[in-house]
Design a protein around this ligand. Structure first.
Ligand SMILES: *Cc1c(COP(=O)(O)O)cnc(C)c1O
Length: 409
């Protein structure tokens, strides 16, 4: 028989979302009439912006003509899209990112896992706890960790706890690590980082020659203009950070698929003899070999975001979800809960009531309010005692869910 990648066997069996699905299914079978409201998994619910649909329709018709047909596109993405991203997302915010440093992809989930392809196995890796599970699991799958420990962490990873005591800002590691995953605005806690806080990470990375993997999937949810949208707003970040961005949350592309990764040409790693190596070249090689680009139609849809109309439409989309988040915050605070996040992110991070743990609270909300959320402990040991509600839903569902929770008190 063929040998399997035994690293996959280290993955914890009771993974978060399957376990939620199992409990929801059991509850639904026992209570077929219950009207469940799902504020759990972080998928968007509102339709695609009109500008994007219009651009994709035009692109489809072009594809039906001899002169407008597009076959394989550039593995890095079409230059017209990369140029717009460079200008609108970076140069307008005084970040020095050029079009040829941008790689279009079919998702940040893929990019943030695939990036490990170009990084050595001996790197010391730090993640926050709680964390977006993709960062951890992709390290497990690629053999960069030891076995799972009883507490639910993996041997060999450095976990940086984030909780209300540190205001959901991880303490800079005391020792040296080589690779650090940061996500701001944060999934799952909804926390944001100021320029000063990001500058501390950049200073750390420069001091230790570390690489920051910066996930900015939720940057468009930032409401306070003084907060950084990109790690490249910090001096020196071009020498120590890769940034992941996605059209999934700002433009509703979760099912359409388009994202991008920025790898500055100034960014270097080292080979086994400590000679510097350009990370851009390795990623370019990796993508050219293993990826054939995002469809022309979808890239045209993403391009439409970078127009006056496009910006207005994504602003209104994000605004809709942020109003949901405000309703969740207001209702729960009114009901006496302690809540975090939800001000610059579509996630509200709730402290579960005294005497309950995250899964108790999950069952409690499911049974008493028929509302499905996500237990904080599913995102890491330090997420225990917290619970995530997502603002991705219709206004009616959010209002109804809040009404039911408020009535429990
Ligand atoms: C939703 C999300 C993304 C986006 O992933 P895609 O693959 O681009 O849809 C990236 N990072 C985090 C933390 C997310 O929650």
């Amino acid at each position: 028989m063929v040998l399997v990648n035994s690293n996959y066997l280290k993955l914890k069996a009771g993974y978060l979302f399957p376990e939620i699905a199992r409990r929801v299914k059991a509850f639904s079978l026992a209570h077929p009439k219950a009207n469940l409201i799902r504020l759990g998994i972080g998928d968007v619910t509102e339709p695609l912006p009109l500008v994007c649909r219009d651009a994709m329709k035009i692109a489809i018709d072009e594809m039906g003509t001899e002169s407008g047909f597009h076959g394989y596109g550039p593995e890095q993405g079409y230059l017209w899209l990369r140029e717009k991203i460079a200008k609108w997302d970076y140069q307008e915010r005084s970040c020095q990112v050029s079009a040829d440093e941008i790689f279009i992809s079919d998702g940040s989930k893929c990019d943030s896992s695939n990036i490990l392809d170009i990084l050595g196995e001996a790197n010391r890796i730090a993640v926050t706890d709680p964390v977006y599970p993709v960062y951890v699991d992709s390290n497990v799958m690629s053999g960069r960790t030891g076995d799972a420990l009883d507490v639910g962490q993996y041997q060999g990873l450095t976990y940086l706890p984030i909780n209300e005591n540190n205001n959901f800002q991880a303490q800079i590691p005391v020792g040296a690590v080589d690779l650090i995953y940061l996500c701001f605005p944060n999934n799952p806690t909804g926390a944001v980082a100021s320029k000063e806080q990001l500058a501390e990470w950049v200073a750390y990375a420069q001091k230790h020659d570390a690489l920051i993997l910066f996930d900015a999937a939720y940057e468009s949810f930032i409401q306070d203009e003084s907060l950084p949208h990109s790690i490249y707003e910090i001096d020196g970040a071009r020498n120590c950070a890769i940034e992941f961005r996605s059209f999934s949350k700002n433009a509703g592309f979760t099912g359409t698929r388009c994202a991008f990764t920025v790898i500055p040409k100034t960014l270097k790693g080292k080979d086994n003899n400590s000679n510097p190596v350009e990370l851009w070249s390795l990623w370019n090689r990796r993508q050219s070999t293993k990826f054939n680009g995002v469809s022309y139609i979808v890239q045209r849809g993403a391009e439409a975001v970078y127009s006056e109309q496009g910006q207005l439409q994504i602003k209104s989309l994000v605004g809709f979800y942020m109003e949901n988040a405000a309703i969740i915050r207001r209702s729960l605070i009114g009901a006496g809960f302690t809540v975090y996040g939800g001000e610059h992110a579509p996630y509200v991070w709730i402290k579960v009531p005294e005497g309950m743990n995250s899964w108790n609270f999950f069952d409690f909300l499911l049974e008493k309010a028929n509302v499905v959320g996500t237990p904080g402990s599913g995102f890491g040991v330090s997420g225990e005692g917290y619970f995530r509600l997502s603002a991705f839903n219709s206004r009616m569902n959010v209002e109804e869910a809040m009404q039911r929770i408020v009535n429990l008190k």
